[in-house]
Design a protein around this ligand. Sequence first.
Ligand code: NDP
Length: 293
Amino acid sequence: MSATIIDGKAIAAELRARIAKQVETLKRDQGITPGLAVVLVGEDPASQIYVRSKGKQTVEAGMQSFEHKLDPDASEEDLLALIRRLNDDPAVHGILVQLPLPNHLDEDLVINTIAPEKDVDGFHISNVGLLGTGQKSMVPCTPLGCLMMLRAHHGSLSGMDAVVIGRSNIVGKPMAQLLLGDSCTVTIAHSRTKDLADVVRRADIVVAAVGRPQMVPGDWIKPGATVIDVGINRIVDDTGTTRLVGDCDFDTCAAIAGAITPVPGGVGPMTIACLLANTLTACCRANGFPEPE
Ligand code: NDP
């Protein structure tokens, strides 16, 4: 293995420590505690784990955590009423509705009911538009975490060729916008892309957000390129053990890349740290305080 491992866990821990200090200052000097409300509908086990972890880290950063759990068959009306109450609650600076929602709920309607300034996931159509036009917005946490790791490793990304594999609204598209904002030349690849291997081979930066275990092999990677692996896939390996792997084949990619994020321990921890960062930012904006760095 020759690649530098980009340690998302360590970068996220530093970010969380910085946030905790800023929260402490806010509380001491202004008497204000940033608050994050997380709404979970149903009992999806993975979602329950994410929500618990978000709540725990929110409290560890000194913020207030409000958890709202609704039954799997909760009505859209009830969910929208809850969101409106949270929109009006001055103790709540950030609102996150855990996705995916049960099928009978209209995800777009639910997300677009969150007040844009409290939309710490950055999925509200206003925030999508603001990001797309390079204006101040709430930036989706996973791509923001990827960008932070890239900046931490490279400093400037200007002029680099970036390929984002995946065009989802929550990862691929906002990732591409952020890389464009940092002056990369960006290609977005997806399931219909022709000659994906050749496209990926041109990239100085590869961001894989596909959801297919170990899909990207090392021989797709340009020597020295940086690989950001967003994928979280559960597989049963040869020994019968269940483990988490990314969308990139770590061993073969690490043998040729200049730098790579591991799974777990890369993008995942950064995503939650960025959620806390967005909550702090939302709190500062709501109160007219300077934005945290
Ligand atoms: P989606 O399923 O919404 O999107 C997947 C994208 O991959 C689609 O654009 C799809 O193309 C594309 N794709 C599928 N198959 C191929 C293929 N063979 N070749 C090229 N492109 C392909 O997934 P998400 O964006 O929500 O998530 C992607 C991964 O990231 C998942 O593993 C998810 O678990 C993980 N994730 C991790 C997070 C973290 O915190 N670390 C947070 C969010 C997601 P098309 O549009 O043409 O169908």
